[in-house]
Ligand binder design. Structure first.
Ligand SMILES: *Cc1c(COP(=O)(O)O)cnc(C)c1O
Length: 220
């Protein structure tokens, strides 16, 4: 099956209001180009060096999203062009994004990454840490950072009910934060959840943005 036919198949299951982010990490620029030629314009990468190298080889109207763990000392390299950072999960990172956004005279849209899975990982705010972060309010003094919603990854498991429950928790946190901190901010609207194995459940639970790699490009 070709990349184009994978994308056509996906278009039938991803409703128009849900953004499809094609996760192109580990795939070469020529492969990304095939997805571009099939009509996709939003691509997600998880490593800065790889992203910057690929961007150089591909059309300028691609909207690049950063979806991985982001080191502060690398923000500078993506600040001039990145459309959305899905992985804001600590204050020091926010302050660096603010600094680089200011240096580039850009407002950088970011999602708060929330740890919803059962697995231990260092990335993502716990729900309480996220509430605390918003309550402290230092983000309000960062005009070059725009908090545009939340992102989360469910546990890697065959248990559909567990995955569904985790997505529900993310949606419910989104609703709570929207009401509490962003009621009048139209930019706070995204719930980035769902990957190849669980995107249909994620859409049923309110995802506005799915991040799909394997189903488009094959295995990495
Ligand atoms: C790799 C990755 C994806 C895509 O995963 P697939 O299972 O290949 O669709 C989505 N989100 C994040 C954060 C990733 O790192």
């Amino acid at each position: 099956m070709s990349i184009r036919s994978h994308i056509d198949g996906l278009r039938e299951t991803v409703p128009p209001g849900v953004t499809l982010v094609a996760v192109s990490k580990f795939h070469p620029a020529e492969t990304v180009r095939e997805a571009y030629d099939a009509g996709l314009r939003v691509f997600g990468e998880s490593r800065v060096q790889e992203l910057v190298a690929k961007k150089e080889l591909l059309p300028g109207d691609i909207e690049w999203h950063f979806i991985g763990n982001l080191q502060r000392n690398k923000v500078k390299q993506i600040a001039p062009f990145i459309s959305l950072i899905h992985s804001l999960d600590n204050e020091r990172l926010m302050l660096e994004i603010e600094k680089q956004g200011a240096a580039n005279d850009r407002v950088i849209h970011c999602l708060l990454q929330i740890h919803i899975a059962e697995e231990e990982t260092k990335s993502g705010f716990s729900r309480d840490k996220c509430r605390q972060f918003l309550e402290e309010g230092r983000w309000k003094a960062c005009p070059h950072v725009r908090i545009a919603g939340v992102m989360g990854m469910a546990t890697f498991t065959d248990d559909r009910n567990q995955v569904r429950e985790e997505f529900r928790q993310l949606k419910s946190l989104f609703d709570e934060l929207k009401t509490g901190y962003f009621p009048d901010d139209p930019a706070f609207k995204e719930i980035s959840m769902g990957m190849t194995g669980d995107y249909q459940v994620a859409i049923e639970e309110g995802s506005t943005m799915v991040r799909i790699g394997t189903l488009i490009f094959g295995s990495r």
